[in-house]
Design a protein around this ligand. Structure first.
Ligand code: ARG
Length: 268
C-alpha cells in the first residue's frame, strides 16, 4: 500500500483568479483569501497528523495557481517527471519547482521534450502502473516519454469533459486493486480500459464528482476527502480507510481540490 511520507505545498498567499484556463475559473469571482488560508492550513494540519512531512515552496505573486503543487510533476519511486504546462499562464511556475526540487538529492528529476505537454494532475500511480489523463493538459507524446523515463506500464485514459480537465478531478486510485471514477468524464473506450485494470470500479455520482470527491489524498489506511461527499466517504470506510473530511471549497473556484495542493515527493 502506498505510504506518502513527504509532500510539497505552497501557501495560497497569492492565490487568485487572474485568468481562465478551465471552466471553473471566472475572473469576476473573487477569492476570499482569509478563507482560503484557513482551509489550506487545515489541509496541512490534517496531513501533518497523518505523519506526512510538509515542505513548502515560496509562493510567487505572478503565479496565482502555484498553490496547486501537484501539477509540478509526477513521482514514481525516486524519479520525478517534471510537468510541461500546457497553458502559458502556468508555464512560469516550472522554474520555481525545478529550483526547489533540485535541492532533493535523492530525486532523479527528468524533463520532457518541448512538444510534450504534461501536468502532474494528469498522472496517478496505481499499483505498479501509471494512469495518465490525455486530452486537455497532457498529450500522447508526453505519455510515451513518461513511459520510457519511469519504465513501467502507462495507461492512457482519454478525458472528454472540460470541467474534468485533469485525471485527478475524476479518478481516484483507492488501493492496488480498486479505483473510483466519474464515467461521464471519460470516452467509452477509456471506461473499458478502467474496467480492465479494475473489474469493479466504484462509480462516483455526478453531485459528488462536481464536489471534487475524486480529488482526495489516500495514504496507507487514511483518506483526506472533501466534506459533503457521503457516498465516497462511506465507500472508503468500507475499504478500511480512516476518513478525514475537510473543506477546501475556496479552491474549487480555480478548479482545484485537496489532491491538487499536496505534491507527493517521497513515498514508500
Ligand atoms: N487553476 C488550475 C489550472 O487550471 C487548477 C489546477 C488544479 N490541479 C489539479 N491537479 N487538478 O491549472
Amino acid at each position: 500500500m502506498k505510504i506518502i511520507k513527504k509532500v510539497l505545498m505552497c501557501n495560497p498567499k497569492y492565490f487568485s483568479i487572474k485568468y481562465s484556463i478551465n471552466p471553473w475559473m471566472n475572473r469576476r469571482i473573487a477569492i476570499n483569501r482569509a478563507r482560503a488560508q484557513i482551509q489550506w492550513q487545515r489541509l496541512a494540519e490534517t496531513l501533518d497528523s497523518l505523519n506526512i512531512n510538509i515542505e513548502e515552496i515560496k509562493p510567487q505573486k505572478e503565479n496565482p495557481d502555484m498553490v496547486f503543487t501537484t501539477d509540478a510533476g509526477l513521482l514514481r519511486k525516486k524519479t520525478f517527471v517534471l510537468s510541461n504546462f500546457k497553458h502559458k499562464e502556468r508555464q512560469k511556475e516550472k522554474r520555481f519547482f525545478i529550483q526547489r526540487l533540485k535541492k532533493k538529492n535523492y530525486l532523479k528529476i527528468v524533463e520532457l521534450s518541448e512538444e510534450s505537454f504534461f501536468e502532474g494532475g494528469d498522472g496517478l500511480t496505481y499499483g505498479d502502473k501509471v494512469l495518465l489523463g490525455i486530452g486537455f493538459r497532457t498529450n500522447l507524446k508526453a505519455s510515451r516519454e513518461i513511459q520510457k523515463h519511469l519504465n513501467c506500464e502507462v495507461i492512457n485514459l482519454k478525458l472528454k469533459d472540460p470541467k474534468f480537465y485533469h485525471l485527478d478531478t475524476c479518478l481516484l486510485p483507492i488501493d492496488e486493486k480498486s479505483v473510483a471514477f466519474y464515467p461521464q468524464a471519460f470516452t467509452s473506450s477509456s471506461i473499458q480500459k478502467i474496467k480492465t485494470i479494475c473489474p469493479n470500479p466504484v462509480v462516483i455520482k455526478e453531485k459528488e464528482a462536481f464536489n471534487f470527491a475524486a480529488n482526495s489524498i489516500i495514504s496507507q489506511n487514511s483518506a483526506v476527502v472533501q466534506k459533503n461527499n457521503q457516498n465516497m466517504i462511506d465507500i472508503l470506510k468500507q475499504k478500511g480507510k480512516q476518513v478525514f473530511a475537510i473543506n477546501v471549497s475556496e479552491f474549487f473556484k480555480s478548479g482545484g481540490g485537496i489532491h491538487c495542493m499536496a505534491c507527493s515527493v517521497f513515498e514508500n
